[in-house]
Design a protein around this ligand. Structure first.
Ligand SMILES: Nc1ncnc2c1ncn2[C@@H]1O[C@H](COP(=O)(O)OP(=O)(O)O)[C@@H](O)[C@H]1O
Ligand SMILES: [Mg+2]
Length: 178
């Protein structure tokens, strides 16, 4: 992780109640680290994966999504920003990235109106900012990323989901992301 590569960024991995899921806690010290965590997540996503991002405004959900996009092979010339006037932006990487930002969503039924299933179960991966607003429609296998503000540049990031995926992400983080 650049100059801070010697730092151990993993605080803990634990198995959750369900034997097939696990939880990983990571401390990010700056936006670059959050980006790298996203990139590692992105590299390990497969078609139809859904990533649910939960965290207050300004915690780093878009920053993490930018990393996910690069990990998915979205070329650098495509700037990944939060969709402001639509609920979704699409980017082409080694597969499609469907980036939802539900900050302005007022009713879950708006998701039905836009045919969200075409994205969730389509030929790409879905990343959702403010995913806590649509908990009820998230697939069982959803990868959750909870970002908590701890200090101006520090974030506590909890990643939970399928045990195998968490194990791979954890291993790559332990290797400094390479
Ligand atoms: N460790 C960190 N990880 C991510 N962002 C950070 C971190 N420290 C400071 N920041 C800043 O917090 C802001 C996060 O913005 P953004 O990714 O748009 O948040 P969100 O999408 O959650 O509203 C950026 O201005 C970024 O520079
Ligand atoms: Mg955002």
């Amino acid at each position: 992780m650049g100059s801070s590569s010697k730092r151990t960024i993993i605080s803990s991995v634990e198995n959750t109640m369900n034997e097939h899921t696990a939880k990983l806690t990571v401390i990010s010290m700056n936006p670059e680290e959050t980006f790298l965590i996203g990139k590692i997540i992105g590299r390990n996503l497969i078609e139809k994966d859904v990533v649910a991002l939960v965290g207050d405004l300004g915690t780093g959900k878009t920053c993490l999504t930018q990393g996910i996009g690069r990990g998915l092979g979205v070329p650098d010339e495509y700037q990944i920003t939060s969709p402001s006037f639509t609920l979704i932006n699409e980017y082409q990487g080694r597969m499609m990235l469907y980036h939802f930002d539900l900050y302005r969503l007022s009713r879950t039924s708006e998701m039905d109106d836009m045919g969200y299933e075409e994205y969730f179960f389509g030929q790409g991966v879905t990343v959702i900012e403010w995913a806590d607003k649509v908990k009820g429609i998230l697939p069982d296998e959803t990868l959750f990323v909870l970002i908590n503000y701890t200090d101006e540049n520090e974030r506590n990031i909890i990643i939970s989901g399928q045990e195998k995926k968490i194990a791979t992400i954890s291993e790559e983080l332990g290797n400094g992301g390479f």
